[in-house]
Design a protein around this ligand. Structure first.
Ligand code: HEC
Length: 213
């Protein structure tokens, strides 16, 4: 990791002599990152090819401030278009499997075999169930997610909108929140369709720890 920081430090130090433009820093940062990584196993250089997509760049530049409304809307619309509904129309699987995926934070490393299943790491950012003593808080608590939205029975006709919203959030969170910090599980190919169905069940099934009282 150190090798990433040394060239960056050089860029910052040189700022004292003649202030570099943001474009200079951007180019130097890209060059430093590109020269600091190599492809190994399933971790290819394609992960760096698109260092920042349009929404990441706009959100970084906004430095935590809200984006201009029309820009946020454009980013959300472009991301929402990537959402693919389940091929067979079934949105909800097995919550027990979904809970295993939510608790599993591993995958996508160069030591993983091609095609190996990844975890969802949901608990690193969200509270899932009441029994958990420690969990991340980058994202909102998901405890009672389905119950609070009146989706005690995912087959109920009036639950369609929330089922589709939830699928879309898991597929590509930026479709409904331009600067979302949540991984784009479907869009980025982190979870497959069956895994997404199982995580949907964790969120929506009345029997799951999310909705248990
Ligand atoms: C790196 C942190 C992170 C991870 C990992 C993560 N999320 Fe999120 N999640 C967030 C953030 C931040 C938000 C709020 C912004 C947004 O809505 O996009 C969010 C929002 C959500 C929402 C919308 C909540 C609402 O009330 O509308 C759902 C549902 C959700 N996450 C489910 C999950 C599930 C299930 C997983 C695991 C498969 C997961 N998240 C993994 C950070 C994360």
């Amino acid at each position: 990791m150190q090798s990433i920081y040394l060239p960056l430090a050089a860029v910052l130090l040189s700022a004292c002599a003649s202030a570099p433009t943001p474009q200079d820093v951007d180019a130097a940062t890209r060059a430093a990152i590109a020269s600091s990584f190599r492809a190994q196993g399933i971790a290819g250089m394609d992960r760096l090819a698109n260092l920042q997509n349009q929404s990441n760049q706009a959100c970084s530049e906004a430095m935590g401030q809200p984006l201009e409304a029309s820009l946020a809307k454009a980013i959300e619309e472009a991301n929402q278009k990537t959402v693919r509904p389940p091929a067979d129309g079934r949105y909800v699987g097995d919550w027990r499997e979904g809970e295993r995926i939510a608790q599993n934070g591993r995958g996508l490393t160069w030591t993983d075999a091609p095609g190996a299943l990844n975890g969802g790491s949901c608990h690193n950012c969200h509270q899932i169930g009441k029994a958990e003593l420690s969990f991340g808080s980058i994202g909102p608590s998901l405890y009672q997610y389905g119950r609070l939205r009146g989706v005690a029975d995912p087959a109920a006709p009036d639950s369609r909108a929330i089922v589709e919203y939830t699928w879309g959030k898991l597929w590509n969170a930026k479709g409904t929140n331009a600067c979302s910090g949540m991984p784009r599980f479907g869009h980025a190919g982190i979870l497959n369709e069956q895994q997404l169905r199982d995580v949907m069940a964790l969120l929506l099934d009345p029997q799951s720890p999310v909705n248990a009282q």
